[in-house]
Design a protein. Sequence first.
Length: 397
Amino acid sequence: MSVAGPVTGWASEALEGIAADGLTRHLEPLESAQGPTVDIAGRRYVNFSSNDYLGLAADLDVVAGARTTAMRHGFGSGASRLIVGDSLVHQALEAALAKHFNAASALLFNSGYQANVGVLSTLAGEGDVVFSDALNHASIVDGCRLSRARVVIYPHCDVAALERLLGSTPARRKLIISDAVFSMDGDRAPLLELERLARAHGAGLVVDEAHAVGVLGPTGGGLCEELGVAPDVRVGTLGKALGGFGAFVLASKPVRGWLINQARSLIFSTSLPASTCGAALAALQRMATLPSLRERLWRNIHQFSDGLRQLGYPAHRDSAIFSVIVGRPERALQLSQQLREQGILAKPIRPPTVPAGTSRLRFALSAAHTTDQVRRALSSLSPGRGEGWGEGKISAP
Ligand SMILES: *Cc1c(COP(=O)(O)O)cnc(C)c1O
């Protein structure tokens, strides 16, 4: 039993402050599987808030990969990877990932969050400097903090500013880290330039491909594959386009060994269930053998991007993520609610996920969306369709 002691008082106080800022968050359970439509509280919505870019989260081959592995290996992994939580399935998945992504080695982590925290706190330490894009994901921010290195935040995608900072900051070692595709705006990092700067300054380069894996590159290998960039470390997640759970780090064998020996988020956490790895093997197979999934995703991206432009929003064609920035958090909530009344789910994104003043509706497209579903999302954004869309500034990425 828990008590309503002082902590409950602290909680009430904190929640009041959050509510006063219009930033209260709630959990909302799905009554259906993850997919292009989802059921919430008895109502069906077209879902534009999932990162299930290839529609693999409920793919029957992926589910079967989990089930057959669980029947053979049981469910729980019982211990951390280094104790007795490793298995042939974990090893097979790492070999398959290294092969698909053309890397010397792959190492699994329990999530992208844990991968970034583990990588940064291993690769950087006291006396080092990490150069981190201003819009990098929160897991990178937290990894930087844990590393005890000095963190220099450079303006978003500003190569010239980064070049100056690299030149003027003395350090034992320098590490550059960037998202490949930025999770809230959907734009791409200038990876060719980051690679050039890293080489010129003897810095290491880490690229987080969370929203690029499965979406970009001829085989879904991400933005690095698309541009032919070879950073020291790539981080990818199994939870987005690969429709499952967990993450992986692609690097040279010595870097893999360093992480195994030093990454605390790997060492001190129970390993992924083998069935999760079985699901990921099946998802990787689907991604590798079905380029049609990526083609369908890109057809939807183009349809949505063209439609946004016709509505007068400037829209990119960089990735599957589109944000309609509306400013105040209350406004994002209100507009999201209006879309819901039309059967469209685009969850509001508010600080601290995005900078203050840039609350937004974020749309993520999937290969599983139909042309008609994409059309419905666009029509819900038409000026005049929802109460008040005409008011205020609506700018897209
Ligand atoms: C989602 C995300 C992560 C975290 O990955 P999980 O596997 O969901 O923990 C890391 N980096 C970026 C850029 C992300 O968008």
